[in-house]
Design a protein. Sequence first.
Lengths: 336, 336
Amino acid sequence: MTLRSYVTSRVLLMIPMVMLLLTLVFVILRIIPGDPALLHFEKGVDPVVLAEFRTRLGLDKPILEQYFDYLWGIFHGDFGISMQDYQPISTHLFGRFPATLELSIYSILFAVLLGLALGVKASKNYDTTTDHSIRLFSIVTYAIPVFFLGMVLQFIFSIWLGWLPTGRRFPGRYTPPPTITGLYTIDSILAGDLFSLVTSVTYLILPTITLGTILCGIFIRFTRTNMLETLRMDFVIAAQARGLSNGTVTYRYALRNAFLPILTMIGIQFAALLAGAILTETTFSWPGLGTYLVARISRRDYTAIQGTVVFFGVLVSMLTLFVDILYAYLDPRIRL
Amino acid sequence: MTNALRIQDLTVEYKTRRGVARAVDRIRLSLEENRTLGLAGESGCGKSTLGRAIMRLVPYPGQIADGNIYINIDEDIPCKEGDIPKGEVDITELNEEQMRVLRGKEIAYIFQDPMTSLNPMLTIGSHFVQMIRAHDPEIEKEEALDRGKEVLEGLGILPERVTDYPHQFSGGMRQRVMIGLGLVLRPRLLISDEPTTSLDVIVEAQILEQMAELKKKFNLTMILITHNLGVLAQTADDIAIMYCGRLVELASVENVFEAPQHPYAQALLLSVPDVTKPDKKLVWIPGAPPDLVDPIPGCMFNPRCPMAMDICKTQVPPLIESETGGLVACHLYGGK
């Protein structure tokens, strides 16, 4: 199978997967008890207002028609309108998505780099104090609740030392860099605006460290286990026996082979991270999708919840697809 | 004749949870240049550990506990962390970098399983390039690749296949690649650890024949580790038989096959099936080797030995010269 036919088949497989996901979200939101329209208003609401509300949201149509309208809309990037402010949900999603994406990218980078470095170090020093300390650290990191670590860091670096801001993405009194990608760091570089770059970085540091630390534990453990397994493999010992340097053996032989399962883990974690940034975003008042979803849930904005969940779902499946393709590209055996 | 290799009282121990297992117990042997020593014994007798100890690559948690390993070097070898002078060098005294320089250049090692001894992520050519450049970074990539092609051609592999990955090669071809990698830097000592065990008999015969030719061509001194006595009969000059980490007999091939001295060697030869005598009943050695973590006093073979005497249960027999001119460690011959 060539790389191209592999990619084609993976893309084709994604279609039924996404369809299933969309249908599932639609069905679940229709079968949970309670009429969203009734929940939206106080008791004893005027039936005329209620009917008008239903018409506006398309809730008066037959269920199948609603379903096809919903699918049709999504294929055109239309996630419906909010029950709250009647604004298109896609405006909110696309407006807030870059904030979540930016935080997620830096957090995963932090977690992966720290995880790989510590994981490799632990495996090379197997069963020594270094190894045990690193393992302990990794367990501690994923036992700490995100918001707790976030608040401790806020307390130390923002309140006590006063070095970094406690939250938000950019100070209110300045205008963020002109939107090109929506990622403030990239946009400020593109605009050549050093001030904005430094400012956006200072705002990113704490949430990135918080989220990155929580995530790095799993990468440390995963890297360590995979490295320990690979370091014992014949081809690693054979490479040592040929006089290859320690660095080449560790990185080009062992880590390169141990990296494939780690890559899958990065994909899964990154997807989970996009959705799971909710707590971090709330702790740091980060204006991303997480805070948006929390706000909409607390107001029972069903259409907005549906839109956000679908958006996340499609995003996660695209990410999985991307990781699979990358995997095939990196491992010569899959390209057979 | 000078000794290519001289091992003195070498002891290798594995520190396990249950206690210390002595896998190689005060082994003393020397190997003249251009000769082939066959190292035989049943699984777990320490023959592979001895081979790995000569590379100073004993697998974790094993370590060289005592003894010296001298190899003969015919020219000064430059090294970043202390040049290695020519003559007899004790490799147990060398630092890691000095050892790395010797691996592959002076001593080569061929592993048992060619299917797992090559890095699945690298092309065959890269294996050669990385090895050659690890020992001489000034050699250009293209030149290193050309040398790899030349070696492969000599082993009957088409040179254009250097761009292929290991999974595109058969077992016999991979073992030829391993041999090529072992010999590309013209080492003086080649240790092959069961090089043909995982191959079928026809390929085994081809590989052994090829190794014999190469040995002559490159003036190699060889250690061939195997449990297959038939292989040794064709290829070795001398045979060393190990039992429970100790050397029990060392003699020329003819003497070992015609007049084995040690009762273990005798029993081992009787257990080899003979196709010319189909009626011959297969003999096996009753019992199993003792636990190395909890060794028995005296000769390790005494519980299974048909000729065991009282002294065998208390005193370790010393290695003495036998009537046939070899060495044997058995109380039967102590009285002369």
